[in-house]
Design a protein around this ligand. Structure first.
Ligand code: ZN
Length: 382
């Protein structure tokens, strides 16, 4: 039997609407069908309507009674750092005791400790660990994620991470959209300009020719990559056919959002410190802001990005977990939606739009069928 009928959802959230990212008051319009149902045939949603209408057309489909629960599209998590070795539990304990990021890094923690462990790991080891995380995402209701490289910082190690993603994408029901983030940090004892050249001259051409990434990202921040270095990397990436994302204005208002506007990047991510000019630059260039309240929370900060202002300005806001071993070790989109509502004053409807249809647009997946059916078939029950 290749058909499945889901009946009696108290609310079936369809998000039907214009075929573009939702902005302003559109973010509150979820297109809800009360006592809704849907008929899935051969892995594709065929009918979405009232339970009565779907039941009439169900034929010999397997029937699942949603029992008054809410049924909504799978979450699309548009910012994760999926593939890494080890964990950073020690960092968390140190931070809880009041140590700063700089003190933790000096004591052997921080991103560099993850880079060392990831370099030392085999592709097989990384695959096994990431496969466990893929399972976590699916269990939290996420069906598609964006995943960044960036814990290798050497040509072969960055390629190793991207190949793990490619393999995972084929072998798990979770869809993975790969992003190259060779410019995640400057390797120790290396000059930032020299490393920028390595990213542009050695890494990007290999990644583009092997089609290992759809997007290129840069950590544009004081102490990481300057505006000029970020511009060079992203411009080179675009020439090779990659779309652009930027880690912008997380720790300081360094002009990252403006750069995203100037380069017409698909997204600018973080934006905790972005001001009105940055918001205006994103608006005029159609850049989607990807907000990551999980990392603000896990770092013990209260400086959340200005989500309300961004929505009121007409930006197509996206929410994501920033899943990573250091600053946001959660794969849970429900947790992120909760933070968005309690800490950033988004409405639940806006948060759902930001974590489904808007996130899908930011990954160029807006017209894609969800892989849910394959997931449910593999698991034996929906
Ligand atoms: Zn990130």
């Amino acid at each position: 039997m290749d058909s499945l009928a889901v009946l009696h959802a108290s609310q079936l959230i369809t998000l039907a609407g214009p075929k573009r990212p939702r902005v302003g008051t559109e973010m509150s319009e979820l297109a809800v069908i009360r006592d809704g149902g849907m008929l899935i045939r051969e892995g594709k949603i065929d009918i979405v309507s009232s339970s009565e209408e779907v039941a009439k057309n169900a034929g010999d489909a397997e029937v699942v009674d949603a029992g008054g629960r809410v049924v909504l599209p799978g979450f699309v998590d548009a910012h994760t750092h999926l593939v890494f070795a080890g964990n950073r539990l020690n960092d968390f304990e140190r931070r809880a005791r009041g140590e700063t990021y700089a003190q933790i890094a000096k004591a052997g923690g921080g991103i560099w400790s993850t880079v060392e462990k990831t370099r030392a790991a085999t592709g097989e080891e990384l695959f096994n660990q990431a496969q466990t995380y893929a399972e976590w995402f699916l269990r939290c209701g996420t069906t598609t994620i964006e995943a960044k490289s960036g814990y290798g910082l050497r040509v072969e190690d960055e390629l190793k991470i991207l190949r793990v993603m490619q393999r995972l994408n084929k072998q798990t029901p979770l869809e993975i959209v790969p992003t190259f983030l060779g410019a995640h940090a400057v390797p120790r004892k290396m000059d930032a300009d020299k490393y920028t050249d390595v990213v542009i001259d050695e890494m990007l051409p290999r990644i583009a020719s092997e089609k290992l990434a759809e997007f290129c990202d840069v950590f544009c921040e004081r102490g990481y990559f300057t505006i000029e270095q970020s511009r060079r990397i992203l411009t080179a990436a675009r020439k090779l056919g990659l779309r652009l994302r930027i880690h912008a204005d997380q720790l300081s208002d360094s002009g990252g959002a403006q750069l995203a506007g100037e380069l017409k990047a698909t997204t600018a991510d973080h934006l905790e410190k972005t001001d009105e000019q940055g918001i205006a630059a994103m608006k005029s260039a159609g850049v989607q802001p990807v907000l990551l309240p999980g990392s603000v929370y896990a770092l013990g900060s209260t400086a959340y990005p200005r989500a309300r202002e961004m929505i009121d300005t007409g930006l197509a806001v996206v929410l994501a977990t920033d899943f990573n071993p250091g600053s946001s070790p959660t794969p849970s989109m429900p947790m992120i939606l909760s933070l968005a509502c309690t800490q950033m004053k988004m409405s639940p409807a806006e948060a759902i739009t930001a974590s489904t249809i808007n996130a899908a647009h930011s990954l160029n997946r807006e017209g894609e069928p969800v892989r849910l059916w394959r997931a449910s078939r593999n698991r034996g029950s929906p």
